[in-house]
Design a protein around this ligand. Structure first.
Ligand code: EPU
Length: 365
């Protein structure tokens, strides 16, 4: 393998000294599960990140990068080096006409970025207010809410190859962005880490108000700020704040079914909540779980949130064992009732998808 990291120097030595051993990850995941990282470090600059990756590469340690830890299900101790991404910096370029290009480092807080853009009067991110987590995590699961996904405004993603240390930009259209999915969760999981994103916003834009439950509560001619405020209000009413009740947002994806399957289900369950999606329909998983009787249920320190059945919460458990059992029970009961498979939304750690180094290099081509 052709390594492009520089040889050990004073800087690398300092970075090496900052690596801690056997650290609890309880405060680094919003479920607050208390598993441990074998090695742990914080990257607050690209140079530090490169040096950490060089160290991990030298000792053949796996690398896991985490942002805000708000879309993570940690279910065991994590081997190798866990790096918390704290890269910061926002750079805006105004183009002639209507366009703003925003380059944002991956460790910036997502909601603060949305608030900043709304205060500037820039259109594009307002429907994505109050989503917990960092900017670098946003493309990983293609965050979305109220009819908008980051895919709609994302131009490019800056990545670092954890094996070679190369930093480069990937066009958004090559990142496999789909409903709560991307290559960063799949074939790039163990090789490419996100260091920054470039987002395109508009000075004069159109508000997207098609999502029922949002538009119903807005004035006739809402402003950008009205939409931002309403999204914050609706989310606060429905979703638990991870600072006060441990959770990782929607625990399941809304399942997508064919037109035929949808027809059969609609005949059996006339109140089924569903939306047209590509060639089929997206079902509201929250409705399926709710109707199956799970909403508000508690089980060995974990439970189903009382106001939104799609959210699983952790009241006091230090391990993910009960949550995994609850997940299995919910999936089984939804399958028995509707014949629909629920898929988990958060990313699991330790990852089951670590590949060996040689395979990693191949999958990048
Ligand atoms: N519903 C119920 N019972 C429930 C929950 C929902 O009947 O307990 C029904 C309601 O009829 C409601 C419909 O399901 O109208 C949809 O619910 P909601 O508008 O709350 O949206 P969701 O489908 O549950 C998705 C995203 C959220 C996002 C909202 C708003 C997924 C997996 N979740 O939730 O994203 O904020 O839409 O756009 O797509 C997240 O990913 O973590 C997240 C919170």
């Amino acid at each position: 393998m052709n390594m492009r990291f520089s040889s050990r120097d004073c800087f690398s030595q300092n970075v090496e000294d900052s690596i801690q051993k056997n650290i609890s990850l309880a405060t680094y995941n919003t479920f607050r599960f208390a598993y441990r990282a074998e090695f742990f470090a914080i990257a607050d600059s690209l140079d530090v990140l490169k040096a950490l990756l060089a160290w991990a590469s030298r000792f053949k340690h796996e690398v896991t990068m985490i942002g805000g830890g708000s879309n993570l299900l940690i279910s065991g101790d994590v081997k190798g080096l866990v790096i918390v991404n704290r890269l910061t910096g926002i750079n805006a370029r105004e183009h002639s006409g209507n366009l703003i290009s925003l380059t944002v480092a991956a460790g910036e807080n997502w909601h603060q970025l949305v608030e900043f853009t709304v205060n500037q009067g820039w259109f594009g991110l307002e429907n994505l207010a109050l989503i917990p987590g960092t900017v670098g995590a946003a493309p990983v699961q293609n965050i979305g809410a109220y009819g908008v996904e980051i895919k709609d405004v994302l131009a490019r993603v800056q990545v670092i190859n954890r094996l070679s240390g190369d930093v480069y930009w990937v066009n958004a259209r090559d990142c496999g962005l789909a409903y709560r999915d991307s290559h960063f969760k799949g074939k790039w999981l163990s090789t490419l880490l996100i260091t920054a994103v470039e987002i395109s916003l508009k000075k004069q834009g159109r508000l997207l108000l098609t999502y029922g439950g949002l538009s119903d509560r807005l004035p006739a001619q809402p402003s950008l700020k009205n939409v931002f405020d309403m999204v914050c209000q609706v989310r606060s009413e429905k979703l638990p704040d991870p600072k006060t009740l441990a959770n990782a947002g929607s625990f399941f994806k809304n399942p997508i079914v064919s037109q035929d399957q949808h027809e059969v289900l609609k005949a059996r369950f006339p109140n089924l909540v569903s939306f047209r999606f590509e060639d089929g329909f997206k079902l509201a998983a929250g409705w399926l779980i709710d109707q199956a009787g799970w909403k508000g249920k508690q089980f060995h320190g974990v439970g189903v949130y009382e106001k939104q059945a799609l959210v699983l919460v952790n009241y006091k458990d230090e391990t993910a064992d009960s949550l995994l059992l609850l997940e299995a029970e919910i999936k089984q009961s939804v399958y028995d009732l509707y014949g629909v498979n629920l898929e988990r939304e958060p990313v699991q750690l330790p990852s089951l998808m670590y590949l060996d180094h040689a395979t990693n290099l191949e999958t990048l081509n």
